[in-house]
Write a protein that binds this ligand. Sequence first.
Ligand code: NDP
Length: 479
Amino acid sequence: AAANIGVVGLAVMGSNLARNLASREGNTVAIFNRTYAKTEELLTEHPEAGFVPARDYAEFAASLQKPRTAIIMVKAGGPTDAVIEDLISVFEPGDIIVDGGNALFTDTIRREKRVRETGINFVGMGVSGGEEGALNGPSLMPGGSDESWTTLGPILRSIAAIAEGEPCVTHVGHDGAGHFVKMVHNGIEYADMQLIAEAYDLIRRGTGKSPAEIADIFAAWNEGELQSYLIEITAEVLRQTDAPTGRPLVDVILDQAGAKGTGGWTVQTAIDLGVPVSGIAEAVFARSLSSHPEQRAVSQNLPGPRGEIAVDDADAFVEQVRLALYASKIVAYSQGFDEIRAGAAQYDWSIDLGKVASIWRGGCIIRAQFLNRITEAYDEQATLPVLLTAPYFVDALERAQSAWREIVRVAATSGIPSPAFSSSLSYYDGLRADRLPAALIQGQRDFFGAHTYKRVDRDGTFHTQWSGDRTEIEAVDTH
Ligand code: NDP
């Protein structure tokens, strides 16, 4: 047995992760792929990696030192289950199976239970950063047992991205915790991208600047508090010219956004947990709306303003958009961390929220300066109930207040869709409200369904006899 770590699945992600592992001091990497041609290809292209190839699972197991440790990077879903069963058949108690695919966390919880029965350890691990990250340093979010972390920790630390001297990996929590946190990362990524897209749209319509000019604005923003990978690549995309037509590339790309599902999972899970991730939900739905050309075609002539904004001072307007973007971004992250907090409570995971923010500073798509502020907020108060109430964010929201409201107003009066900007502001005002019209909803619910209500002035549960004499009676709590 020559290898200390193995990789199963050698498509883009697996082959890059295997090369990353092999490039680190002390690692010898066993590789296996269902179709052997891919294994051979990797061997030929990267002789420097010193891979130990296997043609079948038995050979793969024999090439690994004990406890055997293998990272699966295959298609999520059924293929992952199939590979897990194959590995179980050749591994022994104490060995470690890591799933680095994009699994739904509930699948990971189920798989962890199944694998644990055999005495083998199972670790569901979120991997972020795409193929470039897999090769040069991803952000890694492993779940699983403490025992597996003892063996895996040093290996994962050696291949993870480094942010401010720290490897972007932590043992997130047990069983599905790692994939849960990766899921929310992706949800936040959807919100971040939607907010940036809305900012670009408002600036373009408000100032008439060209995409290349707006690229300069984003590049400048990337020097300040909005510094992030997504802002940086936005400048790159906006600056790109389409060679055949000479037009800005962004103008020849069809305006229908795709999605692979993790944003939707984040929202579905949030609904189950009762957590209002409205910014993420609007971002997911904005992509859905964009991808219904037949509905958009029949709606072109609906009445309303057509997206023209009269802006006197372009620079001042751009600064207002920047502040609105920053405030809405704070809301999106606050909502995302709220979902992680609720998930941890529901599934009994002990998750260090500040640490999660810190491992997202490098390698992953939402990497940003801003995450340091989140880590600081949770360092200050680990049980902070609402992230955006941390003093640093309160200051930022104070600074952004009037610009944020003005931008949402301008968007509404000009007929420019700004679902993420406006829903973030509504969420913020909902949290701040001393009293919500939820009282009326409770009244309605009691009227049609005898769902009962509580009172502001007395303990107990009450029902008004709406169909009778409308007197109030003390009721059994039925909701
Ligand atoms: P794919 O998701 O395209 O999966 C291809 C790999 O899965 C191949 O190695 C293929 O083997 C193997 N495979 C498919 N079905 C089976 C099966 N039934 N039994 C055994 N092996 C099977 O590859 P990617 O590299 O794009 O992604 C790998 C994983 O990483 C996925 O779960 C993905 O969601 C996740 N991921 C991807 C990211 C990305 O940016 N692409 C980022 C983070 C995570 P064969 O060659 O024999 O067909």
